[in-house]
Ligand binder design. Structure first.
Ligand SMILES: Nc1ncnc2c1ncn2[C@@H]1O[C@H](COP(=O)(O)OP(=O)(O)OP(=O)(O)O)[C@@H](O)[C@H]1O
Ligand SMILES: [Mg+2]
Length: 396
């Protein structure tokens, strides 16, 4: 589906998330435009969930930057530390002139690191302060102009709005739907409590407002009001995932990260949940990062697709382009795994296995993500790059 709006909503820049020796996500970059569905695909353990959790700040990321609506919401420090370490090493044997230069470089890296830490820690606070300022700007002139009799009522509204403003967190504009609908729902909470929780945390106290929002979102996701008082175990897998969707949507998010929302469900139910997400996307103008481990699930739903392998992005293109001209051998292997309802094709379908050691020779030059055709990026070194270019030229 062509995307008219080119505004970048989310930008992930050189994201690294390491767990001790595991480089779960290792220097990936991509952006998601407003209104777009971006599919993130790759086998189990390649770092998809870690990417999603890094975006919603469940980790202090190791390195890189994440921007949402132009604001830096997460930043890591490893790249600055490494640059400082390298400069210090070089300092030992550098000429006095070079030493002065290196000192400048170290100071600069220190400053950048300080700014990164500041933004990572305070982005929500800065946002709440902004909203609080807007509320003050709205009410102060009103209060000054109001007749004395109306002042107490106005003052109360002002304080209420201010209380809510101070609790705003920028990051709640991104909501995540989790991989496992059973594990992610608290069995002791009713559906109502589960869905209302985020609103309450955000400072909503008005029972009527909460009721209205909860009941209306239940309908939006295809459940009914009567479901509100029940507990998660009373629902089927598909319904539970609808509760997960409701819990995310009730926060009125701008973006949703759907982490394999259908992989725990029966095939017959999968399409229903995908259709629901697709409807919501249009109805609510949502932007979606859709995580899946196979390409068949994301094919029709995603505008663009990023393919991950062992913490790295190996290919990124529009959905149509990726299916028409898959270049990286890992993408080809994923494609070969998709069954089609065509017996003849199925009999001839050969699964391509991906073995990185025999597929690439990176002994002399390591791969980087390069643009082979407009918007089509592949991880490759110079030799592979030229081969891919030739391959693209030869194709219609
Ligand atoms: N909190 C953690 N502590 C240590 N290692 C972790 C942690 N979370 C993830 N990992 C490791 O990081 C790697 C990436 O995990 P991640 O959950 O992101 O993969 P995934 O692509 O979502 O896989 P799946 O398709 O199975 O959900 C794995 O090797 C995993 O074991
Ligand atoms: Mg996962």
């Amino acid at each position: 589906m062509p995307n008219q709006n080119e505004e970048v909503l989310l930008r992930v820049e050189h994201l690294c998330q390491y767990f001790k020796s595991t480089k779960a996500v290792d220097d990936i970059s991509f952006d998601i435009k407003k209104g777009e569905v971006f599919g993130l695909v790759g086998e189990s353990g390649c770092g998809k969930t870690t990417t999603g959790r890094s975006i919603i700040k469940l980790y202090d990321i190791t390195s890189g930057n994440i921007y949402f609506k132009g604001k830096r919401i997460a930043a890591g420090t490893l790249s600055y530390k490494e640059a400082i370490k390298k400069a210090r090493e070089e300092m030992k044997s550098a000429s006095p002139d070079r030493q002065a230069e290196l000192k400048g470089l170290i100071d600069e890296q220190r400053q950048l690191m300080k700014e990164a830490k500041h933004d990572h820690k305070h982005c929500d606070q800065m946002y709440a302060d902004e909203i609080a300022k807007e509320v003050a700007a709205k009410y102060e002139p009103l209060l000054a102009a109001a007749p004395d009799a109306e002042k107490p009522e106005l003052k109360k509204r002002y304080l209420d709005e201010m209380r809510v403003a101070k609790k705003q967190r920028f990051i709640t504009q991104i909501q995540m739907i989790f991989q496992d609908p059973i594990a992610s729902l608290d069995p002791r909470k009713t559906v109502y409590e589960t869905i209302a929780e985020g609103l309450v945390i955000r400072g909503e106290k008005d029972k009527k407002v909460i009721d209205d929002k909860v009941y209306s979102v239940l309908e939006t996701v295809g459940l009914v009001r009567e479901h509100a008082s029940r507990y998660p175990h009373e629902f089927s897998g598909g319904q539970r995932q609808r509760i997960g969707v409701a819990r995310a949507v009730v926060m009125n998010p701008e973006m949703i990260i759907a982490d394999e929302p259908v992989s725990a469900l029966d095939v017959s139910i999968q399409a229903q949940v995908i259709n629901l997400l697709n409807d919501l996307r249009h109805q609510l103008g949502l932007t979606i990062l859709f995580i899946a481990h196979d390409l068949s699930v994301v094919k029709y739903f995603s505008d663009r697709i990023g393919v991950m392998y062992y913490g790295k992005m190996v290919e990124l293109a529009t959905s149509d382009e990726l299916f028409a001209h898959p270049l990286h051998p890992y993408t080809q292997s994923l494609l070969s795994a998709i069954p089609l309802p065509d017996p003849l094709y199925e009999r001839q379908r050969v699964r391509i296995k991906y073995d990185p050691l025999s597929a690439h020779d990176y002994s002399e030059e390591k791969p980087t993500l390069r643009e082979i055709a407009p918007g089509h990026f592949v991880s490759c070194n110079t030799r592979e790059y030229e081969a891919y270019l030739a391959q693209m030229k030869a194709k219609p």
